[in-house]
Design a protein around this ligand. Structure first.
Ligand SMILES: N[C@@H](CCC(=O)N[C@@H](CS)C(=O)NCC(=O)O)C(=O)O
Length: 181
């Protein structure tokens, strides 16, 4: 969805190919020929080149926009959040959501570590967003776009956002900035 929101906000023309992960569509020979990692999202450019990994894709399309700063320090801070999202946020918050909402696992079958680490990620974000309105600098960046994706759906994985008022207010700001419905 990060990719879709960015392309929509930038007014890019694209064709969305629905890919049924649960039915194994990302493991078909055709898909693997495009992305040997066997994962969505993956984009195929007009010239046939393929790019995978959500944060690489938004980095590519975000180039030249205000959402990817040119200042080396600000840009590095954006990447700091993007890498953190992949290693310390998504593996807990998105995985708990996948298990609860898509596999239908009951709460007591979710590994406690997922919930502990997911809450720790939310606590880190709450502290950052209590100190500042945006994750990097004084306006929205790809860091906010990348982090809002699974943060806004964290309740689907059993994470209560009530104790995180700064995150809740930030979600509204990011949705407004990127036109996320
Ligand atoms: N780090 C990757 C994660 C991509 C990923 O895990 N995609 C999952 C769906 S959310 C997938 O395609 N799984 C299919 C599979 O592994 O066969 C990203 O941010 O793009």
């Amino acid at each position: 969805m990060k990719v879709k929101w960015l392309l929509d906000s930038l007014g890019h023309d694209y064709r969305w190919v629905e890919t049924d992960v649960m039915a194994g569509a990302t493991r078909s020979p055709d898909f693997l020929a495009r992305n040997p990692a066997g994962q969505v999202p993956a984009v195929v450019l007009d010239d046939g080149r393929t790019l995978a990994q959500s944060n690489a894709i938004i980095g590519f399309f975000g180039e030249g926009t205000p959402w990817l700063p040119t200042d080396p320090w600000a840009r590095a801070k954006v990447y700091e959040w993007l890498f953190w999202e992949q290693y310390s946020h998504e593996p807990y918050i998105a995985v708990a959501r996948f298990q609860r909402a898509l596999l239908g696992k009951p709460a007591d079958e979710i590994e406690p570590r997922l919930m502990e680490r997911g809450r720790a990620a939310l606590e880190r974000m709450e502290a950052a967003l209590t100190a500042a309105e945006w994750l990097v600098g004084d306006g929205p960046t790809l860091a906010d776009l990348a982090l809002v994706a699974y943060t806004r759906t964290a309740p689907d994985g059993g994470f209560d956002l009530a104790p995180f008022p700064a995150i809740r207010a930030w979600i509204g700001r990011v949705e407004a900035a990127f036109g996320i419905g």
